[in-house]
Design a protein. Structure first.
Length: 343
């Protein structure tokens, strides 16, 4: 590890339309001591050439061309080739504010933190900011038991009982990490081909080793809607993978001896992912008969009903409250109608 150096890992696959925008936002950082690692994950478009062109333009950039293995393993390749004191993982179809690294590194060093978290903006396909997530936490720093007991639950999801939100996500992109933490933990990302939301699952394991986290109450990351990533095709194993993710996270929580509150918070993502799957079903180009069958399979799932049985929906938005009420009472036609109206 080189003191003062920050490694920035950009996994790259099929994003030639957005790649220059992302790299520009990184090379133009006000903090200049950077190692920029472009991981070309076997991209079939013009990305490999764009990467090589950038290597010629900035000596801080290096490119690694590899066979396609997916986002999680591309990030791991970045870790294995990083020399920095700290490291960030940004998606190559997004971009960052020019002072991101300066502010995050300053916070990390001044507080001697394992991780620094910051907020983000949602940006639509026209480039307009449609929502901002400015962190709202009780403290600037969380230490030792507070990291797992107080901060981690709020990173998993909002508190459904109070409706409280910190505007922070358990996401790989909205953080700066100490390389010492990663190396001493021997930590790596899981593959999204094995488990959906692989960064959530992976970070859940990392947080067991985190001793100090600093929060910056500003948004630096621009999370962009990418039309190429959207799909209207519902894969038949989608809901099974959502359940697999939920079960794997609960199992990992037990293994790591996290509190019941952390486990409880995974209900929120489970419900959100399931509703997203329902919306995909009603928008897919399957026949009406197959759509109805796929939709009912989700609605009738016994584990789903067990999870929502004692769910507190008092602070949920009206549409979500209605949907869960219909599901609890097995009013499946009403569920489908509601999802169609809101899809």
């Amino acid at each position: 590890m080189e003191a003062g150096l920050v490694s920035i890992v950009l996994p790259i696959y099929n994003v030639e339309k957005y790649l220059d925008r992302c790299i520009n936002s990184v090379v133009n950082q006000t903090y200049k001591s950077l190692e920029i690692i472009l991981v070309d994950d076997g991209s079939p478009d013009g990305c490999p050439k764009i990467c090589e062109d950038w290597v010629k333009r900035d000596k801080r950039i290096k490119v690694i061309h590899k066979a396609n293995e997916g986002l999680g393993y591309a990030r791991n390749t970045g870790i294995e080739n990083a020399s920095g004191e700290y490291i960030c993982f940004f998606d190559s179809d997004d971009y960052i504010a020019t002072n991101t690294i300066e502010k995050a590194y300053s916070a990390a060093k001044s507080k001697n933190s394992d991780m620094v978290l910051f907020g983000h903006y949602d940006v639509n396909s026209q480039g307009k900011i449609i929502k901002s997530y400015i962190p709202k936490t009780e403290k600037e720093c969380y230490m030792n038991f507070e990291v797992q007991e107080k901060l981690l639950p709020d990173l998993v999801s909002d508190d459904s009982a109070t409706g409280k939100s910190t505007n922070l996500w358990l996401s790989a992109c909205f953080s700066m990490y100490s390389m010492r933490l990663i190396l001493e933990s021997n930590w790596r990302f899981a593959s999204e081909r094995e488990i959906i939301s692989e960064d959530v699952y992976s970070l859940l394991r990392l947080y067991k080793n985190v001793k100090k986290v600093t929060i910056i109450p500003e948004a630096f990351y621009y999370y962009c809607e990418n039309g190429m990533s959207l799909t209207h095709t519902y894969k038949v194993d989608r809901f099974d993978r959502i359940k697999q993710f939920y079960n794997a996270c609960i199992k990992e929580c037990d293994k790591l001896e996290y509190s019941d509150e952390v486990k409880k918070r995974f209900v929120g993502p489970f419900i959100s992912n399931t509703i997203a799957a329902m919306k995909m079903v009603v928008k897919t180009d399957m026949s009406d008969i197959n759509k109805k069958a796929a939709f009912r399979t989700i609605c009738k799932d016994e584990q789903f009903h067990e999870i929502i049985k004692n769910m507190d929906i008092g602070k949920e938005k009206l549409t979500r409250r209605l949907l869960i009420y219909f599901l609890k009472h097995r009013l499946y036609s009403a569920c489908e109608l509601l999802v169609r109206l809101k899809a």
